[in-house]
Structure formats: C-alpha cells, structure tokens
Design a binder for this molecule. Sequence first.
Ligand code: ZN
Ligand code: ZN
Ligand code: FE
Length: 752
Amino acid sequence: MKRVKIFVKGIVQGVGFRPFVYRLAKKYNAKGWVQNRGEGVEIDVELEDERAFLSSLKKNSPPLCKIEDVSIEVLPPENFKDFKILESEEGYKKTFVSPDISICDNCLKELFDENNRRFLYPLINCTDCGPRYTIIKTLPYDRKNTSMSKFQMCKICEEEYFNPLDRRYHAQPISCFNCGPKTFLEYENKRVEESKEIFKQAAFLIKRGKILAIKGLGGFHLICDATNLKAVKKLRERKKRPLKPFAVMFKDISQIKEVCSLSKEEEALISSKERPIVLVKKRKFHRLERRRFKISSLVALNVDYLGVFLPYTPIHYLLFSHLDIPIVATSANLSQEPIIRSKEELERKLGGVYDAILGNEREILNACDDSVAQIVDGKKVFIRLSRGYAPFSVNLPFRIKRKVLAVGAMQKDTISLAFDRNFILSPHIGDLDSIDAFEYFKRTVETFKRFYDFNPEVVVFDKHPKYDTSKWAKELEIKKISVYHHLSHIYCALFEAEVLEKMEIKDYLGFSWDGTGYGEDKNIWGGEIFLNDNRVSHFRYFKLLGGEMAVREPRRVAISLLFEVFGKDALSLPLESVKAFNDSQKSILYKSWERDIGSFYTSSVGRIFDAVASLTGVVQILDYEGQSGLYMEKYYDEEIKDLYSFNVKDSIDFFPMIEEIVKDVLRKRSKREIVSKFINTLSEIILHFAKENKESICIFSGGVFQNRVLLLSTVKKLEKENLRYFFPSRIPINDGGISAGQLWYAIKKNFV
Ligand code: ZN
Ligand code: ZN
Ligand code: FE
C-alpha cells in the first residue's frame, strides 16, 4: 500500500470530476477521499497501483474536464477505511467556469428512449453536457447560485443528484417533467405547454414558411425553412438584414454533405461537442443531379461558403425529429446588438419579426452567441469564440502580482482577466456601437467580477482615444495601461504560441493586418509589420476620403486611391468606382481630396481589399463588415500565379499595383484574374519580408487573415521556402482576440 496526495488543476469542478474519481477509486480499490479545493481538486488515496490510477485519471477524465496540471506527493500511510467525497472547501472561487456544451450521447439516447423517465424531455442534461456559464449567477457552481435555484428538485432527481455513481451526481441543472422548467409554444395568442405535441407543431409551422423564435443555450435564434425562398426573404425583410449570410442548422452531417464539400478536419469540427458554426465550401452541382433539397440562394448570396452547424440542445433534436429540412438559425437580435436572452426582450425588440415562440422557463443569465470558425490549412481559425469554448480559461506559466482586466477594442469585443495564475477570456460580446451593446459590455465585466471575486487593480485598453472601452477604462481609479491596437493583435498570437502551445519565441516578424486601428502617429493603421515589437514597415499611407463613412463604401476608398495615383485624371477613367458617383459628387470629392477635408491617412489592408473590390466591380456599397473580402474569395484561382508590382522602401508602396489593376480592368481582364493577382501580391509581400528575416518566425494576426485564400496562399509560399509561421487558432484572429493580446502585453512587459 502506498499513500499519494494528488492535486489536479484546470476545469475540474462542476464537470463530474469527483464522481469520476470516486468510480476510479472503486475500480482500483483505493481508499481515502477527494475534495474540491480553492484552486482545483485534491485527492488523498492509499492503493496498490498508483501508476495505473494516475494514468487513468489523466486519460479517462469526463468530457468537459480540462486538466491543466497534476502534482503528486508521497505521504506516510494513514490507513483509510473507505473512499469518500468530502464537502467542498468553503469560500473557494478560484476555479474556472466551464462553457456550455452540446447534449451528450447518453442524454441523447435517453431523450428518445420510451422507457426512460426523461423520454422527450426538452431540457435533459447531465454532468457531461448542458448549460453552465449561461445559467451561473456566481461561484461556487452550486444549484443555489444558478437560474435553476427556483426549481425544487423532485425526489427522483434528488436521488440522482446525491448519488456519486449516477451520471447526474451534482449536475446543477438536473430536472425532469415533474420538477423542471416548462417548455412552451406560443402562436397566434395561444400558448401550449409541455405537451409532446409542441415540437410537432413547431416543425409544422416551419414547414409552412413561418418564422420561429427558438430558445437555445445562450439566447434565442430566429428560425425558418432554409429551402423556402419566400420564408428566407421574409426573414431578411423583417430583420432588415438584406445580404449578410445566415447560418444553417442541419439535421445531421450527411445532410450537410449533400450541399457542402467537407474536409475531414471540417467534419470533425462540425461534429465536435462544442458544435460551432463552421464556414464550409458550397458544393458544385451538376445540372442534372437529383437533389433531396436545395438551400435557398438568399441564405448566402454571392458567397462560396455556407455557415453550417448541427443541433446542440435536446430542443433542436426534438424539433428535427419532425423535420427533414435544414433550417436558417440566426441570432435573434437587432443589428449591432447583443443576442436576446429573455422572452420580454424578444417581444419588445423583435415583436414583428417572428410568428411563434418556442421557449422555456429556464432563465438565461449570461447571453452567449454561437461560435464561428473555419479551417485553413488544416487548422482552426476562430472568427467568433463563444458558446462551447468561452469563457476560455487557462493557467499562466507563472503567477502574476496584480489582478488585471483588459477591455478589448470596439468591434467584436471580448474582455480578458488574469489573477494569480489564471487567465480567462470572455465569450464574444460584440460590436459596441449601440447603447445596449455597451451596457452588455459593462454587464459582462460585472459578471466576471462576481464569478471570481475579482476587483481589477490594473486595466488595459486600446490607445484609441475615442473608443468607449478606452474612455470607460480611463475613468477607473486604478493603474492604467494602453496598448496600440496592432501590437495587441500580435500579442494575441504570441499569447497563444507561448502560453497555449508552450512555444519558445525568440524573434518574431509580425504581420498585423486589419481594417482599422489607432497608430502611434495618430494615423489609422491596418497594414503593419513588426520585428520584435518595432514597427519596421507598413503599407504606404493614403488619404481616405469620407473617413469612417468610407468603411461602408468601397467606392470611396477606390476613388481616394485613384486620386493618389492618377490625380484629377481619375475622374475621367471609365471605371465602375468612378461611375458610382454623379458629377456633383465627383467634384465635391476631388475638392475635399485636394484640400484635405474630412479625410485621414491610413495604411489599412482591409481598405485596400475594399478598393480592389470596387475597382473590379465586385461591390460598391457594403451591407456588412468583411463583405468585400468574402465576395472576392470566390474569384480566387490558385492556378493563376501572376503578381502585380510593389516596391519596398520605407514603406510598402502598393500604388504600382493599383495602377496595374486599373489597366487590367480597362483591358477587360476577368475578375478571376485580377483578384487572384491581387491576393498573390499580398502573400508575395509577406514572403519578401519573411525571406529577409529568416531567423524570425512569421506571425499573422488581424481581421484580414480571416480571408482564407490570402492565408492559404501565404502559408504555401512560406512552406515552400521552409520559413516558419504561426497564426492564432484557439483565440480569435480578429478583434475578438484583442483583449487577450492587451493582457499578455501588459504581463510580458512587466506592467502588472
Ligand atoms: Zn448528458
Ligand atoms: Zn425531477
Ligand atoms: Fe483590429
């Protein structure tokens, strides 16, 4: 007999870890105890074979567990008589909050098992699955601290809850038909509760072209038949969202394969327990091919990709048990606002948008949107890190002295916090342009302060003086650190490389390319190259007419660049970008350009994408952010290897490329040719710098790298030359990663 004390850190509380240890102890005939402690779980056992016990502990832990660290101490024997789960240590708040997870296989089996007492129960869950973050008021994670506190467990549920051998031992959201929250369908002033009929009725309404508001884990979705053009059109009109692609939920993976071509990495990601929305390539159809169904063209117009996902709550599965068609499932919100989580808010804000509500009485305390990802070069790239992944928690490699909060930027915002050895990244909050969105930002800060008894001693924010997050941070009476936007992008990648991948990075060459960020010289940056924190180059500045207005109008970016390259002659060029303005607009534009009115200087690669999209006639006015890049992707042809010209001196002069693009447009070259040459030029610029700094690892970060054809073309060129590179794959590559970058910058620079 040997006695060992084991300490396990990570996501190990509220995920069925102690009962797992209990079962393991039974199996290996171990005596002693297990207990939740401040920073993890402590196990004190006497047993014969501690090696087998430990390896099984690490290898077979429950699905939601994330073991960060295991330490062992050998102690003198104690002669324990049995194995016990001890009460949790009081006042512990340091453990991580787990994200919400899709329904597990065991629950799914029970859901459709006539003999199970939870047969067709819409809120079935267990310690391996179901809601977490979205129902937690505060820690420790106990039922009384969740939105389930108002539902008294029935006798049978209680028995399961207190039985360490049951899958629902300490499953806080445990419930059943007898004791749980009610599910209901409201349609035409009628309310039907809990009857098994409601899912059949809801499916029937969808088939008839109705729009439903359906409550998921972190908020409501607006749902309609994805194969019904009229229904999708109605949803677009009512939601006032003319073009931005909708995500589509499919019954199963085979249904997705009927309309999209999937790589094995994509299939694995779509089917993973986190169930993100994955952007995948639409399949080409033969004209005569017979198809079971056809996704309406209005779902994702003019783009090659479709955002697809699988059902992830029992509610979705129950709905699909009556439905054979894929459904549009888009977050219920007003544009630019956070996802709606209560029926009251839904009625107030989206009253005229949906025809029926399929809801339930389990209150969502913390909203959480669907995550969005894509696979590039076999690796994940996150566009939005939220349900299933966030709160994203990890142990830092060392302890930090002070409690730090990083507030992100303004678009796709997230917050990050760190204390002791803990790092936590919040779920996606969103664009903070509206009052409601900013309220949601403040609420999220409060939520995390409450979770972890966290009172920041240092706040980190973006250098942009006009960002609301920066203004808010400056009001706090604690130590303040501001970081340049593009350095934050780089540090986000460094955080992932150094902390998550445990890489040792000596020298890096960082490409920080996006739409907008405030630079050191007060210009708007967006095409920056850093060598170990020093900005060594950037795209040549150009005067952007209309300032912020130009962000929505590629034609304004194009005309600004045409003035730079051709002067006044630009106005007589027979280009769509010029024709998009009438004569009086043109003369005002030129005068403003000459006199520097209402413009600023920028090096933004995001804007250069816009300009090229306009020059080639792909799009002149945007309906949503990132549209021009997305539209252009479909014209990229990897067989075309040609490039445009550029010069590298103090900055990257891309004006020769603009001149050549104009020539190509006037010569009526195809979009395919021009777009491909444009993308190739960008990756060639990266290659140029990479070759000059062979010792450094190249880092790509910023929203521009969401463009998969650019990322892929770059990666291929670097691999051919045996050059090293890294891009964020677990933290969002866009502004969603800014707060993590800000925090890591503050830590690395010893500001905290
Ligand atoms: Zn389960
Ligand atoms: Zn019950
Ligand atoms: Fe950015």
